[in-house]
Ligand binder design. Structure first.
Ligand code: HEM
Length: 430
């Protein structure tokens, strides 16, 4: 399908074979995302929109921070963070009381802020259990958590020269973020030098900025700040939001939740080792199904940099055209998934029975520009969810307004899905 978005020609591709060809095999023709002015010097340094040579350098800073050994280390810290937050919630729960109204997103807000502090920066925020903590508010401001639909947001996608009307991220919050982050990096590094984590990675990058090669790439202090910004917001928003949907799907499908609770109980009983979450195959399948149904980034983009032709399909894409891969319809395509709209984790348990192609699932993208944090996102989701389900189960809210538990999408967001808070109930299991 072909469109114009403003003055830019677009082709939308939803065929897994072509998705593979564009994102991987013919990367040379489609290596860039469309350059996009985000309306602020920090936001404009975000990795995704950098030209190829600068992108390669920045990507090489990020990759080791999510290597398997780093993930193992962060997973250990995350497990203790998850236990601490669930214990704190439990302490507010009166024994023997019935179900409690619960908004998982705000619980996850504090928890994921703690992950950013302890796993990425090696610091513990003093107010980390406070739902109004300073850093948490800053993250919410950056993603405009409280803002309503604004048509200016859509206009700038089609007419990017209007970005000054409504920068994608608010400039005041970005400046505050930069000051806070640089202070943390300076202070943290003095107390625990040479420990590989994001704080250390950024410190190393910032200390090399006088290097003429880096200068010639246009790297500056904002480049480092933007790397942290993307990782923090992806953790806070892109991991936090899908977990709310998993809670919702479990509440809506009690037999699935029962099966999952059985697995969680059995495996926690059997072992308390670090790799326990990898044995939870049904939990992994539930997470995969949740990521299939609700991809937080609903479109991938690549710009065609030289004329391209696929003889077999008779398809030509001209230089300058933007290829969009619409993740939502791809992940729910009836040719690849039976009953595609339904939450059925079993489809990922027995791959032989499924018609899925690897490229009929694009929640994390594919190829050289895929998501750096993909493995860590699965790990985070499993640890946070299993630790929570050890203590609580979810159910739909049956008090108050009848539609209270249902998903209400917020319109008008450019890249990521936004929704109204999902209010569920939780019941203590012990
Ligand atoms: C559920 C959580 C997440 C989802 C669904 C997600 C999804 C994505 C998607 C769709 C892309 C673009 C891929 C493409 O164009 O092919 C991307 C890129 C990226 N993601 Fe994630 N992400 C998540 C979590 C994370 C986390 C936790 C981090 C880091 C802490 C992270 C860091 C990045 C970075 C740095 C890029 C840019 C990659 C590049 O251009 O080289 N993401 N992510």
């Amino acid at each position: 399908m072909a469109f114009y978005e403003g003055r830019t020609p677009q082709v939308h591709i939803c065929d897994p074979e072509l998705v593979k060809q564009i994102l991987i095999r013919d990367y040379d023709y489609f290596s860039n995302r469309k350059q996009f002015n985000l309306g602020n010097p920090i936001a404009n340094e975000i990795l995704d929109f950098q030209p190829e040579v600068k992108w390669k350098y920045m990507r090489a800073v990020m990759t080791p921070l999510f290597a398997p050994s780093r993930i193992r280390h962060m997973a250990e810290i995350l497990q203790s963070i998850s236990e601490e937050h669930v214990d704190n919630l439990k302490s507010n729960f009166t024994p023997g009381s019935g179900p409690m109204k619960f908004e998982f997103r705000s619980y996850l807000g504090s928890l994921l802020t703690d992950v950013i502090g302890r796993c990425y920066l090696n610091i513990t925020f003093n107010d980390r259990l406070d739902p109004n903590s300073h850093f948490l508010q800053l993250l919410k401001d950056l993603i405009r958590e409280y803002s309503d639909y604004d048509i200016k947001h859509e206009l700038i996608r089609s007419f990017p020269f209007l970005t000054w009307l409504h920068p994608i991220m608010p400039s005041k919050a970005l400046s505050q973020f930069k000051v806070t982050l640089l202070n943390i990096i300076k202070a943290r590094n003095a107390s625990s030098p040479n420990k590989l984590n994001m704080g250390q990675g950024l410190h190393d990058l910032l200390s090399k900025l006088d290097n003429p090669d880096l200068k010639s790439l246009g790297m500056n202090e904002n480049t480092g700040v933007a790397l942290a910004l993307e990782a923090f917001l992806a953790t806070f928003d892109s991991v936090g939001n899908p977990l709310c949907f998993l809670a919702y799907f479990l509440a809506k499908n009690p037999p699935v939740q029962d099966k999952l609770l059985k697995e969680v109980d059995e495996i926690f009983e059997r072992s308390s080792s670090e790799n326990i979450f990898h044995d939870m195959r049904y939990l992994q399948a539930c997470i995969q199904e949740m990521f299939r149904l609700i991809p937080p980034f609903f479109r991938l983009e690549r710009e065609c940099t030289k004329d391209w032709r696929n003889e077999e399909k008779g398809l030509t894409i001209k230089k300058g055209t933007v290829v969009i891969i619409p993740v939502w319809p791809l992940n729910r395509h009836p040719d690849h998934y039976e009953n595609p709209e339904d939450f059925i984790p079993e489809r990922f348990l027995n791959q032989d029975n499924s018609k899925n192609s690897t490229y009929a699932f694009a929640t994390f993208g594919h190829g050289p520009k895929n998501c750096v944090g993909q493995k860590w996102s699965y790990e985070m989701s499993a640890i946070i969810m299993a630790t929570f389900l050890k203590q609580f189960r979810f159910q739909l809210s049956n008090q108050g307004r009848a539609d209270e538990s249902h998903i209400k999408w917020k319109p008008g967001s450019s890249f990521i899905l936004k929704f109204e808070p999902i209010v569920l109930e939780i019941v203590s299991r012990t």
